[in-house]
Design a binder for this molecule. Sequence first.
Ligand SMILES: [Zn+2]
Length: 428
Amino acid sequence: MASPVVLVPDRLVDTVNGDVRSGLGVVVTGSRIVSLIAHGQIPENINRIDLAGHTLAPGLIDVHTHLVGEIDDGQGYAGLVTRSAARETLAGVRNAALTLQAGFTSVRDIGTFRAFCDVALRDAIAEGWLSGPRMMCAGAYVTCPGGGGDITGLAVDVDAAVPRELRFGVTSGVEQIRVTVRQILRFGADFIKVIATGAVLTSGTNPGAPEFTEAELAAAVEEAAEAGTFVAAHAHGAEGIKRAVRAGARSIEHGSLMDDEAIAMMAEAGTFLVADLYDGDWISEQGPRLGYSAEVMKKNALTTDAQRTGFEKAVRAGVRIAFGTDAGVFPHGHNARQLTYYVRYGLTPVQAIQSATRWAAELMGWEAQVGAIAPGMKADLIAVPGDPTADISLFERVDFVMKDGAVIESRQAGSGSTTPPPMPKESL
Ligand SMILES: [Zn+2]
């Protein structure tokens, strides 16, 4: 039996009730939180982790990451055939470590072009072979031929030679979608990602245009439900969003071009909005250096401000929000930058923290395990210097990370630097 340890911060974020509490320690035994205890009642002989000056929060959760593969290089998806599955997976090993060190102890990883590399990464982390966040993953993109999750831009005579694993989820028609969804789940995916509209980064696709019928989306939802799981729908345009909501998708990813009716439908149905509000700035700042096409830059300009306006309206309308960044477009480990955007566009600081903890866990169905500091929860805990309700950007400087009761990072006062890791080379 592991001996207990008590973490002693100045304050902690109560993500269940949406407030901040002072004067409490958190007792961890093995991989679980066992109790909260007043500072004055902490026994003399218990091991302590002193987090003076710090705020303790549940480990953060990003529900829209792409851990497998290199950072998008702006060259279009044809570049994917220049890297092996092994290389893409090993990039995922690096990306997983960076994500965990930044305080993200769980992720919903929402697709890879190299099908099922994410499943292998998830399992390797769960086995303890390597360090990374607890993963829920999508296996492959369910997308129509030539759609937002396909490899586009190839010459017609080259196109036929693309390996199956790069197009595992390319499918069309109600019956064939059922088959594809079953296959993806059979090979180990935890949920299904459908591409319901065109995409910003996929050449030749229109973010505003639907790419599946409502019947096709409903078939995917039904097959996922048969297997006890759900569908996350990539959707920018309002019509694609509405079809996905009516079909029963659990979350809308991006939601950039929502109209008022789509927002009302999401609020009514309880559909989560996962909006990557930071991403647009990264693409507009870095796109020219990365060599993004004029087409991509134009689509990014079309979606960035609209998405932020829609997010503000959705928050006011009571749409459920979960924190998802699209990390992989920008370098992994900088996911927390988006918290500032969530506050700027309508959430309170505590709500922004909830979106990246409790609410994210609710989206994933993991709320009994992660996303709150409470007895019985996994001991996924992070600490930031100072009071993040006064300055949400403090989450970009996570000093302490514990996952499953094991200390991953510890840079708190007296034990060295509190500077964040530098931005990876690609971004300089
Ligand atoms: Zn994405």
